[in-house]
Design a protein around this ligand. Structure first.
Ligand code: SAM
Length: 230
């Protein structure tokens, strides 16, 4: 898979992409992540990519020219056309189902905004899908892009040490994950449930399923309502 990110701050990605699973997935060539600086496509020598909003109001708006030129340049970097994604709080909310869907693509092109966001013609003209990572406003799309990349890459076959790791994760079957325990057996008077020490795998699986259901009912009943709708 190839993921391109169009951003004004490529340096922000250095640390997240050079550690842990994201680093390993790139080393194993499961994913290639390419960053392109939108500012390189500014039309003037001041590298200006934003301007005041027509009609007045606070802040600066990202101009369409540099974003279009950058997007069209990036599209040509690989034979695969790619699925364009505009990061915006106005987009469809990102969730595990979307992560699974995107992880099956051969190529994604994520566009991170800044300031007051994109000139409307970027949304209209690029025809890119709009995705939000939640109902709050970030300063820029970089953190949103990193969240999406992280959630997708861990789903790529071979990215996690153990192929089954993602299978039981919260949301993968519409429920929160069951409680996990590791050593020591007793910690500050809190003991690991006996069932997990029993060695009876069928009973453990049944207990985990029950626990997952109970905690979803208690903490995220909305997830159960969502699954009713499907
Ligand atoms: N004025 C815009 C609005 O109200 O819709 C928000 C602009 S925001 C300050 C700047 C950029 O951050 C956006 O263009 C987008 O790329 C990114 N961003 C902010 N919140 C986001 C979210 N929840 N999900 C994805 N991207 C977000």
């Amino acid at each position: 898979m190839r993921i391109d990110v169009l951003t004004l701050f490529p340096q922000m990605f250095e640390s997240p992409l050079s550690h842990s699973i994201l680093k390993r997935a790139q080393e194993m060539s499961l994913v290639e992540i390419a960053l392109t600086d939108i500012r390189d496509f500014a039309a003037d020598s001041y590298r200006k990519i934003d301007d005041k909003p027509y009609g007045g109001g606070p802040g600066m708006v990202m101009m369409p020219g540099p974003v279009f030129d950058c997007f069209e340049h990036v599209q040509k970097l690989s034979p695969e056309k790619g699925r364009g994604i505009l990061l915006t709080p106005q987009g469809q909310r990102f969730d595990q189902a979307k992560a699974v869907e995107l992880s099956k693509e051969k190529r994604l092109i994520l566009i991170a905004g800044k300031y007051e966001g994109f000139d409307e013609r970027i949304r209209i003209g690029l025809g890119a899908e709009q995705i939000s990572i939640g109902d709050y406003v970030l300063n820029g799309g970089e953190l949103a892009a990193m969240v999406i990349i992280d959630a997708i890459v861990r789903l790529l076959p071979g990215a996690l040490g153990d192929e089954d790791s993602a299978k039981d994760d919260s949301f993968s079957d519409g429920l929160l994950e069951y409680p996990q325990y590791t050593r020591p057996e007793v910690f500050r008077d809190m003991k690991v449930p006996d069932i997990l020490l029993s060695g009876d795998h069928a009973k453990i699986a049944q207990w985990r399923k029950q626990q997952a259901l109970e905690r979803t009912k208690k903490w995220r009943p909305d997830l159960l309502k969502d699954s009713d709708k499907k």
